[in-house]
Design a protein around this ligand. Structure first.
Ligand SMILES: NC(=O)c1ccc[n+]([C@@H]2O[C@H](COP(=O)([O-])OP(=O)(O)OC[C@H]3O[C@@H](n4cnc5c(N)ncnc54)[C@H](OP(=O)(O)O)[C@@H]3O)[C@@H](O)[C@H]2O)c1
Length: 284
């Protein structure tokens, strides 16, 4: 990846998500010398990556640095203390990217000022470069900055830009939390297999590989999910018998409607909390 950025890419928090993003950037051609990592205690694996790639490292925001990008990947609960010391890194050309769940653009702006800012919601498969990220940019983000952020995010998988910040809550409900639904699907299939007479371990291996293999087929195939489903459903066959249950009026669709509505509502509540936290401190 060739990046034109007028200042270092400052990664704040090199844990699971930040570390995976950093590894992806370096793998796709970002020069280590263009990156500064701020993290008080990187893991041994990240420390080795930093040493091997010439990435600069600091435990706190250094004075005199103006960032091209500030990529914030710390836990939401420490954002309140992590953001204020970063303000000195912000210059007119800086674009801020936050992946912290539930922390609104308004919250970030209250700490870092009126800067070009992107809220992004990746998901866990980003760890293996197979995530998907929903992103929303405020109106201070230029086309060039959006393209730069897109390039930085896409190392962990496709990037989908949404139209409103509220859509990030729906993205969180579908793809942010989504991997857990799929893992639970494996658990349910395995348990049903056990009840059908298989040994529990065998049922789990079958369920796990089925979901992983079906996911890979979906990933590689040009066909959409409905077409792939129809391809393996013979009229009157075993798959059709199971799908008649799963696709009934009281089957999976209403269940997923409720589950995703619940996740979205919770995301809205968390975003509301991040607004209220700041209001209660009089910073609005
Ligand atoms: N993991 C996911 O799948 C996922 C998906 C979507 C969004 N996210 C978002 O990604 C963010 C990071 O999650 P994560 O799972 O990567 O968390 P994590 O593994 O705990 O990583 C956070 C990193 O930030 C470091 N840190 C703590 N205080 C800091 C400070 N003052 N300055 C700089 N760095 C500091 C932590 O160091 P210590 O370990 O020493 O505290 C840790 O290395 C969260 O906001 C989460 O909402 C994660």
């Amino acid at each position: 990846m060739s990046i034109a950025v007028s200042g270092p890419i400052v990664l704040v928090g090199a844990g699971n998500m930040g570390g995976a993003m950093l590894a992806g950037w370096l793998k796709s051609g970002v020069r280590g010398s263009d990156v500064l990592v701020i993290d008080p205690g990187p893991s041994p694996a990240v420390a080795k990556l930093l040493a091997d790639s010439g990435v600069q490292h600091a435990t706190v925001a250094p004075a005199g640095v103006k960032a091209g990008v500030i990529f914030v990947a710390v836990k939401p609960q420490v954002m309140e203390t992590v953001l204020p010391p970063l303000k000195g890194l912000v210059a007119p050309q800086t674009v801020i990217v936050s992946v912290a769940a539930g922390k609104t653009l308004g919250f970030i702006e209250r700490h870092l000022g009126e800067a070009a800012t992107v809220r992004a919601m990746p998901n866990t498969p980003a760890m293996i470069g197979r995530g998907v990220t929903g992103a929303f940019a405020n109106d201070r983000v230029s086309e060039a900055q959006r393209a730069l952020v897109h390039d930085l995010l896409k190392v962990s998988g496709p990037v989908e830009w949404v139209r409103t910040e509220a859509d990030i809550d729906a993205v969180t409900a579908v793809s942010g939390s989504g991997p857990a639904y799929v893992f639970y699907l494996v658990e349910c299939m395995a348990e049903a297999g056990r009840k059908a007479g298989l040994e529990a371990d065998l049922a789990m291996r079958l369920a796990r590989e089925t979901v992983a293999g079906a996911g890979e087929l979906l990933h590689q195939s040009p066909d959409d999910a409905a077409r792939l489903r129809q391809n393996v459903t013979s009229p009157g066959g075993t798959t059709a018998a199971a799908l008649a249950v799963l696709m009934a009026d009281d089957g999976m669709q209403p269940l997923f409607d409720r589950a995703i509505a619940a996740a979205r509502k919770r995301a809205e509540e968390l975003a509301g909390n991040s607004r209220r936290d700041s209001v209660s401190r009089g910073s609005l």
